[in-house]
Design a protein around this ligand. Sequence first.
Ligand code: NAD
Length: 488
Amino acid sequence: MLTTTKVDTFKNLIDGNWSETQSGQTFLSINPANKEEIVGVFQASNEEDVRQAIDAASRAFPQWAATAPSKRATILNKAADILEQRADTLAEELTREEGKHVNDARNEVLRSAQTLRFYAVEGQSFTGETFPHDDPNMKVSTEREPLGVISVITPWNFPISIPARKIAPALITGNTVVFKPSSDTPLIAFRLVEALQNAGLPKGVINFVTGKSSDIGDLLVTHQAIKAVTFTGSTAAGEDIHSKASFNTRTQMELGGKNPIIIMDDADMDLAATLTVNGAFSLSGQACTGTSRVIVLQNVKDAYMNRLIEKTKNLKIGNGFEEGVKIGPVANERQLQNILNYIDIGVKEGANLVYGGNQLADDQYAKGYYVEPTIFTGVKPNMRIAQEEIFGPVVAVIEVSTYEEAMEVANRSDYGLSASIVTNSLHIANDFTKKIQAGTVKVNRTTTGNLMNAPFGGFKKSSTATFRESGRVGLEFFTQVKTVYVGY
Ligand code: NAD
């Protein structure tokens, strides 16, 4: 039974007005720790809403592009102030909507504010270059111009920090935005847009539409006024979007991963187990950079596995508001079934299920989507559980005899988002960073976690081979270069 008392309805933002969808339909955002609790009611938008949002963004573009960068920066900074002032409330809303621990949620809100501030500064000094010319009376330089209207399409797992790292560089460089968040986490996305609007963004500069990708996804990608689509989500959706975008529409796709950690035989086994547990099971395994393959040298496998299982046993599973909880619910019913299905596949493929493997559905877990942290050993590199993204708290342990074999197995993947090695050998660490096919490479650290001020993106099917996100280079995607020759 769904809780129906005191539930707020949230609107789209189109041309500066909070408005209801033309479809007349709404959908519910539900708490994954308590399926009976409605977090909010949202607009199930249709293509007419999207058309209006894109038209508003197109009309707002010339003036916003001509607005002084310092004024744009002031608005981003004010929005950051709002997020920081409301951090506790927003963190609670994020946890109710997505399930991660409230401390992680608070960190995410604060990091999003920091991202707005970072781009407020970086965007003001992001310029072109000048080039030497044989003619002393000729000046050749490049300028960076905004693209126009940008579609921002985001997932639920980092529901405010991912939108912030796309929207902030888009706005500071003079673009206007139409933003569609995941239908699992529309409330925290709404709060980000609300903060930007209340900070003083002119009408139409940011537009917000919620709803199903099957209803509005295509138009957000194919409308002729959309100059770029910045997307984070599954590889399947990314490939679909990339194939539909026109020749003149730029795309930036941050997609799935199957991230390995290699455990060398000279490693500190306690550290190796801690890094695995944190990388594989924090955020309930629902991080794109989460550890999903462990590649361990045979001669230390037993010592490593003993510690891994011991540490996994100590993880507290529960509601993200409870003290000490490390594993919250997974995001929704679809996620739950997908993870359980992969556990079943692993068993049928002949891997050894040595820990976990079950849904938790009794007592305190009865109303939520909970899965035990799960460990398979005896996994062969070509098994589906070693090749396909599961996006849950499931780790596949593969034994190898040598470092060379470990590298071959690590690179035997369609994905290349993040990878780590645990070793005390500088030589091995150096070789690993050179040969591993991944956009983020770690030594003696978890596969998860990336700096806001450093580039982020993947190799192979984890990204389009185009523009990196995050950091200063994150601005490049949102601008085009014009080369200017001036003769004096
Ligand atoms: P998803 O692909 O199902 O959805 C992501 C967003 O795209 C949602 O807003 C959804 O409504 C929309 N969408 C889906 N199909 C679309 C289409 N055909 N056209 C237009 N829009 C479409 O992903 P999810 O379940 O929300 O998130 C989990 C996935 O995201 C995992 O695969 C994970 O690895 C990936 N992810 C990647 C990164 C990264 O930076 N590489 C970060 C976080 C999550």
